[in-house]
Design a protein around this ligand. Structure first.
Ligand code: UDP
Length: 326
């Protein structure tokens, strides 16, 4: 199969590209390098089944050219990060809506399969746990920028379903706090890389709020394991939660990372408004029901948080944490 991966030099995308090449596919990575790094796909350079294209999903002629040659597009390129969402709402809204619209329109012209990377953020403040794929989204008021990423992704999903109704083969995955090597966006959030870099460089590990909020952290290899089968037509018009069901508080995460790194960093707490500005709303708990992915995709997360963090820390140690080129 010839497959385009948008955002393929990024965190999840580059791991997916590696896995697709191992499976024997031809892979074209399209990435604007706003967050991705060429070094994450450097290991694939020279492989005749791999091509890297530096460009944007907003570049319609380029998207047309690339999608015309392939059978599947994994659309992972996105403008994300909680801090980015709060500080640059227009960039987040336009990047996610215009970019996805481009991909869907061109995929429709070519009638090719789309696997769309969505997010557990779209469940928002819904407190009826666990979230099934049919759970409501409960997003906050529009003047609170925190919700613009979730809203844009939810609208993207609406677009996907509208195209699916017209007959475009589409599968949606919703990721739950994926972490692992190559997740380097410490600038815009991602609590795991932020805590690891702080721990390894002796800076304070800063927990926002009281730290009792929970997340289900999902190791990258498990996330890719959930993504890979989605290109199969058997899963057209389906949505899958891809996560783990093991809940960790942010306080526990901080302690665990401090212990695993042997760090002398202090763990400090910061009120949300000091971290993200007045009126910020967090999601207190986020827990997926992954039984649908288990039953249909054969998805079983295998890496527990202790092992996953140890592997991630080892990667960070090897790449000089705190380096501006991370
Ligand atoms: N968080 C934190 N310190 C940080 C970054 C994040 O305590 O430096 C908290 C954040 O408030 C949230 C959780 O960690 O409760 C996960 O944040 P992240 O930005 O990774 O993703 P989210 O799950 O909020 O989308």
């Amino acid at each position: 199969m010839k497959i385009v991966v948008t955002g393929g030099a990024g965190f999840i995308g580059s791991h997916l590209a590696d896995a697709l090449i191992v499976q024997g596919h031809e892979v074209v990575v399209l990435d604007d390098l706003s967050n991705g790094k060429t070094k994450f796909v450097a290991g694939l350079e020279g492989n005749p089944r791999f091509r890297f294209v530096h460009g944007s999903i907003l570049d319609r002629p380029l998207v047309k050219q690339l999608l015309a040659e392939c059978q599947v597009v994994y659309h992972l390129a996105a403008v994300l990060g909680v801090k980015n969402t709060v500080e640059n709402p227009l960039k987040v809204i336009e990047g996610n809506i215009d970019g996805t619209r481009n991909i869907l329109e061109v995929a429709w012209e070519n009638r090719i399969k789309v696997v769309f990377a969505s997010t557990s953020e779209i469940y928002g403040k819904n407190d009826a746990l666990p979230f099934t794929e049919l759970s409501d989204r409960v997003l906050g008021a529009p003047h609170i920028h925190r919700w613009c990423y979730a809203t844009a992704k939810a609208l993207d999903e609406h677009m996907c379903f509208a195209y699916a109704d017209k007959g475009l083969p589409i599968t949606i995955v919703r990721f739950f706090n994926t972490y692992g090597s190559r997740q380097t966006s410490t600038q815009y959030g991602g609590v795991v890389p932020k805590f690891i870099v702080a721990a390894l460089t002796g800076q304070d590990i800063t927990v926002y709020g009281d730290g009792e909020q929970t997340r289900c952290f999902t190791f990258i290899d498990d996330a890719v394991g959930g993504l890979l089968p989605c290109m199969d037509p058997a899963f057209d018009k389906h949505v899958f939660n891809i996560g783990t069901t093991y809940r960790t508080t942010i306080n526990e995460l901080a302690l665990q990372i401090k212990r695993l790194t042997g760090s002398t960093s202090s763990i400090v707490h910061l009120p949300y408004e000091k971290a993200y500005g007045e009126g910020y709303e967090d999601m207190q708990n986020r827990l997926p029901d992954i039984s649908k992915a288990g039953a249909m995709l054969g998805y079983v997360p295998r890496v527990d948080i202790e092992q996953g963090l140890a592997k991630t820390i080892a990667w960070y140690r090897g790449m000089n944490p705190g380096d501006k080129n991370e």
